[in-house]
Design a protein around this ligand. Structure first.
Ligand code: C5P
Length: 233
């Protein structure tokens, strides 16, 4: 049971749905099978903050994927407000100054701050166009190191990057990987995917899964199958 609970806390279901009613239906159907939910832009700006508060009240863990980046003072004030919601995880773009401001503001709150190293939609050409001389591999490594130095709680990265970046951030930080597809599932628009077992073996501490659970006809069956794949790893 302890092992099952531990695994349950490592599966984060992304509530990528347009509104609160749909999100609540998914959460209710999943019941005790899932204990950790991610709320991103789509739902956050459609009533998702109230839902986050309700989920916390119901004993669920919540990851707010807000990818914050602004001047230090604004980041700090934003982090303080998010911390008051009682959520467990929050993303910040991994810029050193923003991360340091966020870490200072989150002190004592228990929020695990995650640095988004380089968006997985960016390749070397996209980075060049945006004015970065470094390619994606070098920049993710640089920013993973900076996240560790800033005192962040972890990083977000594609599963195939997890083992390389785990080596940089060390054993204690969270390494959270989206782009997870159970063996045989549709990849959708994700290009760098991994199965749940492979992601865990690569050093991921938490897996983010949205469509394979939320778009499945049987949400609970899909989540249970993923937890079984995780247990087998
Ligand atoms: O549906 P799917 O399982 O592909 O969803 C993955 C979730 O993780 C989505 O909410 C997506 O926005 C998020 N994500 C991602 N890649 C990143 C960061 C976040 O897919 N690099």
């Amino acid at each position: 049971m302890a092992v099952q609970n531990e695994l349950r806390d490592r599966l984060i279901v992304g509530l990528d749905v347009p509104g609160i009613a749909e999100a609540e239906r998914v959460v209710e159907t999943l019941g005790d099978t899932v204990g950790f939910y991610k709320i991103g832009y789509q739902l956050a700006y459609a009533g998702g903050f109230e839902l986050a508060r309700d989920l916390v009240k119901d004993g669920k863990k919540v990851f707010l994927d807000l990818k914050l980046l602004d001047i230090d003072n604004t980041v700090a004030k934003g982090v303080e407000s998010v911390a008051r919601l009682g959520v467990n995880m929050l993303t910040i773009h991994a810029y050193p100054k923003a991360m340091r401001a966020a870490v200072e503001a989150a002190k004592g709150s228990g929020v695990c701050l995650l640095g988004v190293t380089v968006l997985t939609s960016m390749d070397d050409a996209d980075l060049r166009e945006a004015g970065y001389a470094e390619g994606a591999a070098a920049l993710t490594a640089r920013r993973a190191g900076q996240a560790r130095e800033a005192g962040m709680g972890g990083i977000v990265c594609a599963a195939p990057e997890a083992s390389r970046l785990r080596g940089i951030v060390g054993p204690d930080l969270a390494v959270v990987t989206p782009g997870i597809r159970p063996a045989g599932a549709d990849a959708g628009d994700q290009k760098r995917i991994a199965t749940p077992a492979d992601a865990l073996r690569s050093g991921a501490s938490h897996l983010v899964v949205a469509r394979p659970v939320v778009a499945a006809a049987d949400h609970k069956g899909a989540a249970t199958a993923i937890l079984e794949e995780m247990a087998a790893a």
